[in-house]
Design a protein around this ligand. Structure first.
Ligand code: WT7
Length: 641
C-alpha cells in the first residue's frame, strides 16, 4: 500500500514516498521566503500566472491599504481557461455529479467549458453588463454556477454569489448593496431526493430592487414566464462562441462575497484580481500537492469562499480537474460521497470537520463498501477539528496513508494561510501548522505584543500582507478600518484566538468575537438577533452559541415577548421567521421564552452569563448586573426541559 505519512507519537510526517511526489519538500522554503517575502511572491506571481503586462511595483503599502502587482495586467478567466487550451483542451476541467442517482454525470473538457463561458459572456454583454458592474449569482452546485462566474471575470464584471440556501431577504440585501442589474438563478435543485424551489425566493429577493433581468437555469422543469425572465439555455444558443477577454489591472475587483461580522449587516468582502489569482494558484498547488492529472473534490458550496477558491478557481488555474456534487451527502444513503470518490478516482478531497463528524456517527459499513485508494491528500477547513474527527478522517477515509492538511483561513483572506504542507509536515491533530511561505502570523496580547510560546492570544497577520487578502468592504470603508485595523493598527486582526507550539506550529482555538461557526457556516449573533427581533411580537432577544457534537456550535435564542409568555407553536413560528430573514442554516437549535435578560447598568445584555448557564457552568460577573435574580429564573427554565 502506498504510504504518504509516517507516525511518531501523535505527530505524523511525510513518508519518503510523499517526499518523492511533493512539489515542496524542503523546509528551508519558509526561511527563504521570510528573508524576502515580496521577492518570493514576485517570483511565484510570474511563474504561476499569465500576465499581459508586467507590474511596476510588486507591493505597495499605505495602511490600512496595500496593493500587489500594481499596474500588472491580466484576465482571470484567461488564466483559468484559455491558457490551458493548447495543451489540455481535451482534458476534463469539470465533473458534475447531479443528486438524482439515475441522472448522468456531466463532464466538460477545458475546450467545452471555454466555449460555454464565452457564450455566456456574450449573453451578459447583450444584457448591457460592463466592466465593473456587479452581477448577482444565486445558484446551486451546478455547472452553470461556474460558467456564470467565469463569464463575469472574462468581461471584467464583478460577481456577487449568494448562497442558494439563503433566504429571499438575504438575497435582497446583497443585491441592494451591490446595485446589480442582473440576477442569474435556477428554478430549483435537488436536495435529499426532492425538488427544492429556488425561483420563488429569487423573484421575491429581486422584487423592487435594481434588478432588471433574471436569467434562469432550468434545473427542475418549472415553467417560467414574464418579461423580466430569460432562459439560460435559449440565450446560450443564440450567443456567439467567441468572446475576447477584457484585460484588467491586477488591483481591479474580481468579486465581492458577503460574510457575517459582529454587526447585524453582512459585509461585502472585496477581492482583487492579481493577488487573489496568485494565492489561489499556489495554495491549491502546494497544499494539496495538485498535479495536472489530479482530480480534486472540494465539497464546499459555491456560496462560500471555499467554494470559490477551491471548488472552482484553484483547480482550474492549475489546469487540473475539479469535481462538484449537487446534493446532500447522505442521499440516497450515507455512502454517497465515498461512492463518488470511488467511481471518479478522486485524488484530493477537501471538506469540513462538521461533515466528518456527521459521517463518524453514521454506520461504518458505508465507508467500507467503497475503494478510496485513489486519495492522496485530505484537507479540512472551516473550524477547529477535534482529535477524534482527525483520526477518523486519517484512518477511515485516508486508510492511514494520506496527510491531513488542516487549513486555516477566512473569507477575508481569499485563500488558505496557515497549514502544514504535504511534503514537509508535521501533521498534528488539531494543529493547523505554519504560515504559508511568504506570509506571517503571530499571536499577540491586547496591546498587540507578541506572546510567549504556548500562551493563547489574538491571531494577527503582519506585513507584507498576503496577496489574496481582502481589499476593502464594499460600500463601507469605515467597517473595513474598524473591523480589521483598529485593534492592532499595523497588524491585520483575524478575530481568532490561537497559540503557537514549541515547533512554531499554530493552533487556532476559535473566534473571539460574536461570530459563530455553525456546521462550518459563519453566522453572527447580531444578525440572528436582528432577524428574531424583527418579528413584531418580540420585545428583545439574545443569541448565544453552545458547543454541538456534530455542528461544532449551534445558536440558542432567549426571547422576551412584548406581551410576555411564549409557546411551542410560537417558537416554531420564530424559526420560520429566521428561515425567511436569513435561511435555514441560521435556525436556532432551541428558543427559550424568558421574562427578562441579564443586563448591566448601562443596559448591555450579558450573553456570557447566558452561555455559562447553558453549558452548566457557574456564571461569573453577576455583580455587574442590575437584575441578578433573572439568572436563577433562567436557570430554572433551562433545567425544566
Ligand atoms: C473562520 C472563517 C476559510 C474558509 C471557510 C471559512 C474558522 C477556518 C479553520 C481551521 C480553526 C478555522 C476561523 C476563521 N476557521 N478554518 N482550519 N481551524 N478554525 O471561512 O466563513 O470566513 O470563516 O473560520 O474562526 O476566522 P469563513
Amino acid at each position: 500500500m502506498t504510504s504518504y505519512t509516517t507516525k511518531k507519537g501523535k505527530t505524523y510526517w511525510p513518508s519518503a514516498e510523499m517526499k518523492k511526489i511533493a512539489w515542496v519538500k524542503d523546509e528551508n522554503i519558509y526561511k527563504q521566503a521570510d528573508k524576502d517575502p515580496i521577492g518570493f511572491w514576485k517570483k511565484l506571481a510570474k511563474e504561476g500566472i499569465d500576465w499581459k503586462a508586467s507590474w511596476k511595483k510588486t507591493y505597495e503599502e499605505k495602511l490600512p491599504y496595500f496593493k500587489w502587482f500594481k499596474g500588472g495586467k491580466l484576465n482571470f478567466c484567461n488564466n483559468c481557461l484559455d491558457r490551458h487550451l493548447k495543451k489540455s483542451g481535451n482534458k476534463i476541467a469539470l465533473i458534475w455529479i447531479p443528486e438524482p442517482v439515475k441522472e448522468k454525470t456531466i463532464k466538460l473538457t477545458y475546450k467545452e467549458l471555454y466555449d460555454k463561458v464565452c457564450r455566456f459572456a456574450n449573453v451578459l454583454k447583450k444584457q448591457g453588463v460592463k466592466k465593473g458592474d456587479v452581477v448577482s449569482i444565486y445558484l446551486p452546485m451546478i455547472p452553470e454556477a461556474l460558467i456564470s462566474m467565469l463569464a463575469c471575470t472574462r468581461i471584467g464584471a464583478i460577481h456577487s454569489v449568494v448562497f442558494s440556501a439563503f433566504s429571499a431577504d438575504a438575497l435582497k440585501s446583497r443585491i441592494e448593496d451591490g446595485k446589480s442589474k442582473l440576477l442569474i438563478t435556477a428554478d430549483g435543485y435537488y436536495r435529499k431526493g426532492k425538488k427544492e424551489d429556488l425561483l420563488t425566493k429569487a423573484k421575491e429577493g429581486a422584487k423592487a430592487t435594481t434588478i432588471k433581468k433574471i436569467i434562469v437555469v432550468n434545473r427542475i422543469g418549472k415553467k417560467v414566464s414574464g418579461d423580466k425572465f430569460l432562459d439560460f439555455n435559449s440565450e446560450m444558443k443564440k450567443a456567439d462562441g467567441k468572446c475576447d477577454c477584457k484585460i484588467m489591472n491586477s488591483e481591479n475587483i474580481l468579486f465581492v462575497l458577503y460574510t457575517s461580522g459582529t454587526t447585524g449587516k453582512p459585509k461585502g468582502i472585496i477581492h482583487d484580481t492579481g493577488g487573489y489569482a496568485v494565492q489561489a494558484y499556489w495554495t491549491t498547488k502546494w497544499n494539496f500537492n495538485l498535479r495536472k492529472g489530479d482530480i480534486m473534490w472540494c465539497t464546499a458550496d459555491v456560496g462560500w469562499i471555499t467554494g470559490h477558491t477551491y471548488a472552482f478557481y484553484g483547480p482550474l488555474l492549475n489546469g487540473s480537474t475539479t469535481l462538484i456534487y449537487e446534493g446532500s451527502p447522505d442521499f440516497p444513503d450515507p455512502g454517497r460521497w465515498w461512492k463518488i470518490i470511488n467511481e471518479n478516482k478522486v485524488n484530493v478531497f477537501y471538506t469540513a470537520p462538521t461533515a466528518i463528524r456527521m459521517f463518524m456517527g453514521a454506520d461504518g459499513k458505508y465507508v467500507k463498501k467503497y475503494k478510496l485508494d485513489s486519495l492522496k491528500i485530505l484537507g479540512t477547513v472551516g473550524e477547529p477539528i477535534d482529535e477524534d474527527a482527525w483520526n477518523w478522517y486519517l484512518n477511515k477515509i485516508g486508510g492511514g496513508r494520506c496527510p491531513i492538511i488542516d487549513t486555516w483561513w477566512q473569507t477575508e483572506t481569499g485563500g488558505t494561510l496557515i497549514n502544514a504542507l504535504p511534503g514537509i509536515g508535521p501533521f498534528i491533530p488539531t494543529v493547523a501548522g505554519k504560515s504559508f511561505p511568504g506570509t506571517r502570523h503571530i499571536v499577540v496580547d491586547e496591546k498587540g505584543k507578541e506572546v510567549v510560546v504556548g500562551k493563547t492570544g489574538s491571531l494577527v497577520q503582519v506585513s507584507p500582507f498576503a496577496p489574496g487578502m481582502l481589499h476593502g468592504v464594499y460600500n463601507d470603508d469605515k467597517k473595513y478600518k474598524e473591523t480589521y485595523w483598529k485593534r492592532f493598527k499595523d497588524k491585520y486582526d483575524t478575530s481568532d484566538g490561537a497559540y503557537v507550539d514549541k515547533q512554531g506550529n499554530i493552533r487556532v482555538t476559535g473566534r473571539t468575537d460574536d461570530v459563530m461557526k455553525v456546521a462550518g457556516h459563519r453566522l453572527s449573533t447580531a444578525e440572528l438577533e436582528n432577524a428574531i427581533a424583527s418579528d413584531e411580537r418580540v420585545g428583545e432577544c439574545a443569541v448565544v452559541p453552545i458547543p454541538d457534537k456534530i455542528k461544532g456550535q449551534v445558536p440558542i435564542a432567549f426571547v422576551v415577548l412584548k406581551q410576555g409568555g411564549g409557546s411551542e407553536a410560537l417558537g416554531k413560528e420564530l424559526v420560520k421567521h429566521v428561515d425567511k430573514k436569513i435561511g435555514p442554516t441560521a435556525r436556532p437549535a432551541k428558543i427559550y421564552f424568558v421574562d427578562d435578560l441579564p443586563k448591566t447598568r448601562s443596559g448591555k445584555i450579558m450573553r456570557r452569563i447566558l452561555k455559562d448557564v447553558l453549558i452548566g457552568e457557574e456564571p461569573k460577573g453577576l455583580m455587574t448586573l442590575v437584575n441578578p435574580k433573572v439568572v436563577g429564573v433562567i436557570k430554572g427554565i433551562i433545567n425544566k426541559r
